[in-house]
Design a protein around this ligand. Structure first.
Ligand code: ADP
Length: 425
């Protein structure tokens, strides 16, 4: 390509010069002019010229080096007045046939291209040297990168081999790696973090559940063992049965709450979304809970519009509202108040449960949504809950893409604010 590119200039130069000489010969000379010396002025210094007639006789030449052996193909081209380009030793040659008084003559023009060829050769040589160094550099660079990638893959494999469910603390080191591998390592480490976290939660959950179940079971066991030591009256047996039943109810509540929670968490319990009148649901549930509230001498108040609609899972929201009301009554004081407000905002609906109860310590507010968490002071309250209620509430609300917030002053009361999107999508 380089040769073609550099020689195209030479070729066009030869062609133009040959045309000029040809035109001049055809105009100025006759077959009787045996001396073509006058064309000298038309010939550039670096070009050699020969004029040959159709018998091969040389009519003019200014250089002895233009001795060409013509092939059959060349001759046929000459007789058809076609231009011929050739390379002869260090010369680039053009043969330009033309008509001269009914006969064919032809011009041979040659230009020494030795320097040009050498220049080309040097350029090509330089090009190969540069290419060689680039290739060497590429090999060095890619070998290093490939080595680093292979090393990090080895590293990842080693860690993956070590990780088991009881040794989840291992992490892949970030050193020596490329950007992409770093990202992969980071993703894998994050994944290991999540798996470890998940395992810890499961362990914690199992231990919490065992602990919560252990207390009522051992209480039943002790009670029955003590009662069996002596013969009792029917009244005494009845009392034992009542106490046992209370503990069994407690156990059954825990199991039901746990079942609901795991079903929601595992995705088995999907949301059954429908549009319904939330104000009506709240009013109905207030009527349902009024008996229990009266027992505890707590008044339930309702504030809000009567026809506020929401798109949500009706049963699950009932569970949330019942839970919140039950807490508001349970942790209230004698002659206390539980006020339930419902507000319709632009895109959301707000339900507020405000009570004048025992309140909570500020430092415990972020713990109350954890499973089995109960403030120490409520553990003594008879019929306090399982500690699962608020975690179920939070879970259901988050499934509805909503949120729950709490404010509380110990000794004065608490306010829970639930915000739910009006439309579920
Ligand atoms: P529980 O079944 O014990 O009621 P929850 O998950 O519903 O479990 O509540 C967790 C803890 O948060 C309760 O044990 C109690 O200490 C505290 N709590 C919840 N609601 C109230 C409230 N309205 N007033 C005071 N304390 C509350």
């Amino acid at each position: 390509m380089l040769k073609k590119y550099t020689f195209s200039d030479v070729d066009s130069n030869l062609k133009t010069t040959s045309q000029i000489i040809k035109n001049s010969i055809q105009k100025k000379f006759t077959p009787f002019d045996f001396y073509f010396g006058d064309i000298k002025d038309l010939i550039p210094k670096d070009i050699s010229v020969a004029i040959v007639d159709e018998n091969g006789a040389i009519l003019y030449k200014n250089n002895n080096k233009l001795k060409i052996k013509f092939s059959k193909e060349d001759l046929s081209k000459i007789f058809n007045y076609k231009l011929i380009y050739k390379d002869l030793n260090d010369y680039r040659i053009i043969i330009n046939p033309y008509k001269f008084y009914g006969r064919i003559n032809f011009l041979i023009l040659g230009k020494n291209t030795k320097r040009l060829t050498e220049l080309n050769r040097n350029i090509i040589f330089l090009f190969f040297i540069i290419m060689f160094f680039i290739a060497v550099l590429l090999i060095i660079l890619t070998t290093d990168t490939i080595n680093r990638i292979l090393k990090s893959i080895q590293n990842i494999t080693k860690v993956a081999e070590k990780v088991e469910n009881n040794s989840l603390q291992y992490r892949i080191e970030n050193r020596y790696n490329t950007k992409e591998i770093d990202e992969l390592v980071k993703t894998l480490n994050n994944m290991l973090d999540r798996i470890e976290d998940g395992f810890l939660k499961v362990k914690q959950f199992t231990s919490d559940v065992s602990h919560e179940l252990k207390t009522p079971i051992s209480s039943i066991k002790n009670m029955l063992e003590v009662e069996l030591l002596e013969t009792r009256t029917a009244k005494e047996y009845k009392e034992v049965i009542i106490k046992t039943l209370e503990q069994i109810n407690w156990l059954s509540n825990i199991v039901n709450d746990l079942l609901l929670m795991t079903r929601i968490e595992s995705g088995k319990e999907s949301l059954n979304i429908e549009k319904f009148n939330l104000s009506n649901v709240i009013i109905e549930l207030i009527e349902l809970m009024e008996g229990i509230a009266e027992e505890k001498e707590v008044t339930i108040l309702f504030e809000g519009e009567k026809n506020i609609f929401i798109e949500a899972d009706n049963n699950k929201l009932k569970r949330v509202i019942l839970n919140m009301m039950s807490n508001g009554i349970k942790y209230n004081k004698k002659n206390g108040e539980l006020k339930i407000e419902i507000k319709e905002l632009e895109n959301n609906i707000e339900i507020i449960f405000g009570d004048t109860g025992i309140g909570m310590k500020k430092e415990n507010l972020n713990k109350i949504f954890e499973r089995f968490y109960r403030e120490d002071k409520v553990r003594t309250i008879r019929k306090s809950g399982t500690g699962l209620g608020l975690s179920i509430v939070k879970f259901i609300i988050e499934k509805h893409k909503g949120k729950i917030e709490v404010e509380s002053i110990e000794g004065f009361g608490s306010k829970f604010r639930i915000i739910l999107p009006k439309n579920y999508n």
